[in-house]
Design a protein around this ligand. Structure first.
Ligand SMILES: NC(=O)c1ccc[n+]([C@@H]2O[C@H](COP(=O)([O-])OP(=O)(O)OC[C@H]3O[C@@H](n4cnc5c(N)ncnc54)[C@H](O)[C@@H]3O)[C@@H](O)[C@H]2O)c1
Length: 241
């Protein structure tokens, strides 16, 4: 049994849906690992933390409607979403700034299992160049161009202090990187065609603090948003054109 796929499936998937696809992928991976073969939209929505109407709408953009009375083929839907996101592909990634955060990112095994291969760790500080983190040598930042060319890197991660981040982004863009994940607390300016996503855990904490404060004041607050909710992504996501 495979989910029905419409040949005219739309290629223009709304950004909020795109932001939820990795959440569905993670939920489906959990279901596959638990040995689940088929699931209803309600089950998948529950596992992903979104409402089922939203989930069905999102999946309809992929041309996936499930089978009436049976639901979705978990393995096939996982494949469809992975293909749509591009994680079926191998994505070489460089991380620049191998301090506290850079070490944690380099050691994070979840990148590899999701199709992201860290090909280089770069740092401007020569005292770090003897280090090996997660089996990868820390190399001089000056090697960026050669590494990007050698591995065809399209995605760069910035984990430097904020003051250095724009320079790092400029160098990344200059050598052909077109997607940047920025952990530094600064707004990057990049040319059209380069995508920047910003991750800021302190903003997430501030949102929780706001809700805590409201709860303490005894006011009814709407539920905080989670990864499956577009509002969440609006808060954590910053794209510059
Ligand atoms: N987004 C988040 O949720 C989050 C969480 C923690 C830290 N951060 C941010 O991540 C960044 C790194 O934090 P950290 O604690 O790892 O800092 P850190 O000082 O431990 O590490 C920064 C590293 O960047 C290197 N570096 C500096 N300038 C560079 C340059 N021009 N090119 C290459 N490498 C350079 C330094 O040598 C150092 O090894 C900071 O901007 C911090 O604010 C973000």
């Amino acid at each position: 049994m495979t989910a029905r796929t419409s040949p005219e499936a739309s290629r223009d998937i709304p950004e909020a849906t795109v932001a939820r696809l990795p959440v569905y992928l993670r939920a489906l991976t959990g279901l596959v690992e638990a040995g689940t073969r088929t699931c209803s939209s309600e089950e998948l929505a529950g596992a992903a933390g979104v409402n089922s109407a939203k989930l069905r709408k999102d999946l309809s953009y992929l041309g996936s409607y499930g089978t009436r009375g049976v639901g979705y083929d978990v393995d096939y839907l996982r494949y469809q979403i992975a293909r749509e996101i591009g994680v079926e592909q191998d994505w070489p990634v460089v991380i620049v700034g191998i301090g506290n955060l850079g070490h944690a990112l380099a050691n994070f095994s979840g990148f590899r299992s999701r199709g992201f291969r860290v090909v280089a760790l770069l740092d401007a500080d020569p005292s770090r160049h003897d280090e090996v983190v997660a089996g990868i040598d820390v190399r001089p930042f000056a090697d960026l161009e050669a590494i990007v060319r050698e591995h065809g890197v399209a995605i760069g991660v910035i984990a430097t202090p904020a003051v250095a981040a724009q320079d790092v982004a400029d160098r990344m863009v200059g050598c052909g990187i077109t997607s940047i994940l920025n952990f530094a607390p600064t707004v990057l300016s990049v040319p059209t065609g380069v995508d920047v996503r910003k991750v800021d855990l302190s903003i997430e904490l501030q949102i929780l603090a706001y809700h805590e404060q409201r709860k303490a004041q005894g006011e009814a607050t709407p539920a905080t948003t989670g990864p499956g909710d577009p509002a969440h992504h609006e808060l954590v996501r910053e794209e510059t054109a």
